[in-house]
Design a protein around this ligand. Structure first.
Ligand code: DAH
Length: 345
């Protein structure tokens, strides 16, 4: 038995823990109940009495040695969690790929930036709206076709008749005009970016979700000339200094007079190409003087104040700016498409 103990002492002394796994093997082999040292203690019970003293002392020494070895190895392994000698600390860091902003966000941010430079501040309104803010306050007649189920996603409809309490997904950001005018008095000079929803079949040119930026300026003596100059400034900032604009008479319930604005085609410079369908002009927004009925509906004195408003589609402007021909690309989240847009915005 003494020989066996000596042999184990040698083995324990030679042991070097190079990993957590090998240390666990060591513990099982020597220190566990059924391990080598445990077995020695079992055998020890049958040893003749006169040998007990010497053998007992040797086994205990062996046990202490193994325990010590184990404890030392545990703390050594813990202290060397990251063994620096294995890593080259002078190696340059791995570069990580930075994502890009979505083209719709880039264009929206650019629009916001252009208007903020001439004093427009930003506000937002709810996407789930009531009929009052989207239609009734905005001077839509009860029988106006835009209120139809065909165009509007309703969340809660009181009856077949239009009701200002109906709940729906806003079909345009013009609803934020009424929200803001109910809460504040002029001067108001603000833009409202946001998502809008229309019950349209999805195609290259239409989608049921898209983005608009609405503008509103209400104060004393605001004129159509102010509107025109503001939009000319915007068009030049957005599409380049040579850009021209033209206004065509149009109709919107919430503006009188109303117009649609075209910009000279930035692709062909106005000569005519397949983007502008040979006309040299591209339609980009609707605008007009705020109808006095809208001011009254929102509690603003229409004798004292006048205002202009405009609304543009962000996808449309992004399509023109980047010459994207299919609207669906904006919503498919294809990384190959999305990572082509790098911008300061
Ligand atoms: N709300 C209109 C639309 O969605 C766009 C619009 C036209 C907004 C004229 C305006 C405006 O503020 O004055 O088609």
């Amino acid at each position: 038995m003494l020989d066996k103990i000596k042999e184990l002492v040698d083995k324990v002394q030679q042991y070097h823990a190079d990993s957590k796994e090998s240390l666990e093997q060591f513990r099982l082999k020597y220190l566990s109940k059924k391990g080598e040292i445990g077995q020695l203690f079992d055998e020890f019970r049958t040893v003749p009495a006169e040998m007990k003293k010497q053998l007992g002392a040797e086994i205990n020494k062996l046990k202490q040695l193994a325990q010590q070895k184990y404890d030392d190895a545990v703390s050594a392994l813990e202290n060397s969690v990251s063994d620096d000698s294995k890593h080259d600390l002078t190696r340059p860091g791995e570069p990580f790929e930075i994502g890009t902003r979505h083209p719709i966000s880039i264009v929206k941010n650019e629009i916001v930036d252009i208007f903020s430079r001439i004093g427009f501040t930003v506000a937002e309104g709810p996407e789930v709206e009531d009929d009052w803010h989207v239609f009734s306050a905005m001077n839509f007649a009860a029988e106006h076709p835009a209120r139809d189920m065909q165009d509007t996603f309703f969340v809660e409809k009181k009856s077949m008749e239009p009701d200002p309490h109906d709940i729906l997904l806003r079909t345009h950001t013009s609803s934020v005009q009424s929200r803001i005018m109910e809460k504040r008095q002029p001067p108001i000079r603000m833009i409202f970016p946001g998502r809008v929803f229309r019950n349209e079949a999805i195609s290259a040119r239409a989608h049921c979700i898209f983005h608009q930026v609405e503008g509103l300026y209400v104060a004393e003596n605001v004129s159509f000339a102010d509107l025109k100059q503001t939009l000319l400034y915007f068009a030049k900032e957005m599409f380049g200094n040579d850009t021209k604009i033209r206004l065509r008479p149009s109709y919107f319930p919430f503006t009188e007079p109303s117009a649609e604005m075209d910009v000279s085609c930035s692709i062909c410079g106005g000569k005519g190409c397949n983007i502008c369908k040979g006309t040299g002009w591209l339609e980009i927004l609707g605008c007009g003087m705020v109808d006095p009925n809208v001011l009254k509906n929102c509690g603003i004195d229409s004798e004292k104040y006048t205002g202009f408003a405009f609304g543009m589609g962000v996808e449309r402007i992004a399509m023109l700016k980047y010459q994207v021909r299919d609207l669906r690309l904006y919503f498919e989240n294809d990384i190959r498409f999305l990572k082509q847009f790098k911008s300061a915005y």
